[in-house]
Design a protein around this ligand. Structure first.
Ligand code: GLA
Length: 470
């Protein structure tokens, strides 16, 4: 049995309700929400209605389009995507909503319901100036620049309002990929207004490139799951594109009798651009070193079939950025590196090499219904990001340690890039409340505050929810 099957391409789940032709907001909105959220739709109504009303105050009466893009947790496959490896993310029911209206000029005006984010306005062009690092508008700038490059004549400005969903607020930096959700939502909106229609995988790639605007050299996992999610499923994704840009994906049903809990360490993982990019650089240096032995390789993934000890013997333990640059290693364009940064090349490559094998092992275990094996791989994956990739924190360690000993838990690991954010806990559903309480108590004892712990409910793919008149 191959480890994958090819899922036929389909366009992002865009759904236009313009044809509904209703002059009353409620039925159109209710129908749109129903399609996206199913039985959870009534709980979303007020959030959307408030957003529309606020948008009307900001932009005036007229037409309004509602777009959304979900955040994600990653079941397994951390820091493998930019190495062309395997990942298995799950889209959350928590999402970023964007209320938008195209403008007749090429100005983009963005507001955010979270008060710490200032109103921003900028012009659309194929080379949009950056706001200072850390400025939230950079995600929308990246999206706008991408659409302007792909549809130069049709790219428009827009007025828009961004609505997060705690803990997926941009302010939280909780590692659930609110930033990619914002980039995706803004990209969908601007592409929609420009009439830009790309095949889904090309659109995913474009959104991923758009996010490089902010400086982090991330992979494609977050944009992929946001755009191609299916409720009640994880998405197995092979991040290596074929020569014609196609990816192998498979929707994997989640186990019925187990639940995923998400425990938020409350530590923001903002301002880690340099640390993330250092890991990216370490992997690229690894590939450059290994290509002496294996000519033609481009990513660590190329050595998936080679035993680790053979790979390891060709890798330096550590190099400085300065020496790597002097040797012409391909890290010159990576932002945020300092000449005297020491890069742990061998340990980083070790994590990636083993993590790819773990993703495939989890895929197989899920298909065989061997949940205990899944749990063991999750535990090993956590040890690997902690010890080899060095992206854990004391708070994440407390959560993982507490969860690992809690009733009904089969495995726990930090999810996302690291340096804060959230831990994913796989637990038998009957024990979930008890396990959550054990984790809360242990964390409280250690850190003097109560962490937010919530069940992972899956969400639908990003798209247009409704278009209506307000
Ligand atoms: C961030 C990036 C992703 C991925 C993860 C780590 O979320 O955006 O592309 O690299 O970190 O797995």
């Amino acid at each position: 049995m191959p480890y994958y099957t090819t899922v036929p391409s389909r366009p992002p789940a865009l759904r236009s309700l313009e044809s509904a032709g209703s002059d009353s907001v409620s039925p159109v909105l209710a129908e749109g929400l129903d399609t996206v959220y199913g039985s959870q739709a009534p709980a979303q109504f007020e959030r959307y209605a408030n957003a529309l009303s606020l948008f009307r105050t900001i932009a005036g009466p007229g037409p309004a389009w509602l777009f959304r893009a979900p955040g994600r947790v990653n079941l397994i496959g951390e820091h493998t995507d930019y190495n062309h490896g395997f990942v298995m993310p799950i889209a959350l029911d928590r999402d970023i909503v964007l209320v938008a209206r195209p403008r007749t000029d090429r100005t983009i005006r963005i507001s955010n319901v979270e008060p710490q984010f200032e109103h921003v306005s900028f012009g659309v062009s194929d080379e949009i100036p950056h706001a200072p690092p850390g400025d939230w508008s950079n995600y929308v700038r990246g999206a706008a620049q991408m659409v302007a490059q792909l549809a130069p004549a049709a790219a428009t400005g827009m007025d828009c309002l961004v609505v997060g969903d705690a803990p997926l607020g941009l302010a939280r930096g909780s590692g659930l990929s609110s930033s990619s959700a914002l980039t995706v939502a803004a990209s969908i909106a601007l592409a929609h207004f420009a009439g830009l229609a790309l095949p889904p995988e090309q659109f995913v790639q474009a959104c991923s490139d758009a996010e490089w605007f902010v400086g982090t050299r991330g992979g494609i996992m977050d944009q992929f799951i946001s755009l191609l999610a299916r409720r009640d499923n994880a998405l197995f994704l092979d991040c290596r594109p074929s020569h014609d840009g196609q990816y192998i994906t498979q929707h994997i049903p989640l186990p019925q009798d187990h639940q995923i809990l998400i425990a938020d360490s409350g530590v923001q993982h903002s301002n880690v651009r340099g640390e993330y990019n250092k890991r990216v650089a370490s992997c690229r240096i690894g590939v450059a070193q290994l290509s002496a032995q294996w000519p033609g390789i481009t990513h660590l993934r190329d050595l998936h079939g080679v035993p680790w000890h053979e790979v390891a013997s060709c890798l330096p333990e550590q190099v400085t950025v300065a020496s790597a640059l002097a040797a012409g290693m391909p890290i010159a364009g990576i932002p945020g590196l300092a000449e005297d940064d020491r890069l742990n090349v061998r340990a980083c490559c070790r994590h990636v090499w083993h993590e790819n094998h773990r993703v495939l092992a989890v895929l197989e275990s899920l298909q065989n219904g061997d949940i205990d094996a899944v749990g063991q791989h999750l535990q090993q994956a956590h040890a690997s990001v902690r010890d080899d990739y060095a992206v854990s924190t004391p708070e994440l360690e407390t959560l993982v340690a507490a969860a690992s000993g809690a009733p009904g838990v089969v495995g726990a690991r930090l999810t996302g890039a690291g340096w804060g954010g959230c831990v994913l806990v796989l637990v038998h559903q009957d024990s979930a409340p008890e396990a959550a309480e054990v984790v809360r108590q242990r964390f409280r004892q250690q850190h003097g505050r109560t962490p937010a712990i919530f069940p992972c409910r899956t969400g639908a793919a990003a798209g247009l929810v409704a278009a209506l008149s307000i």
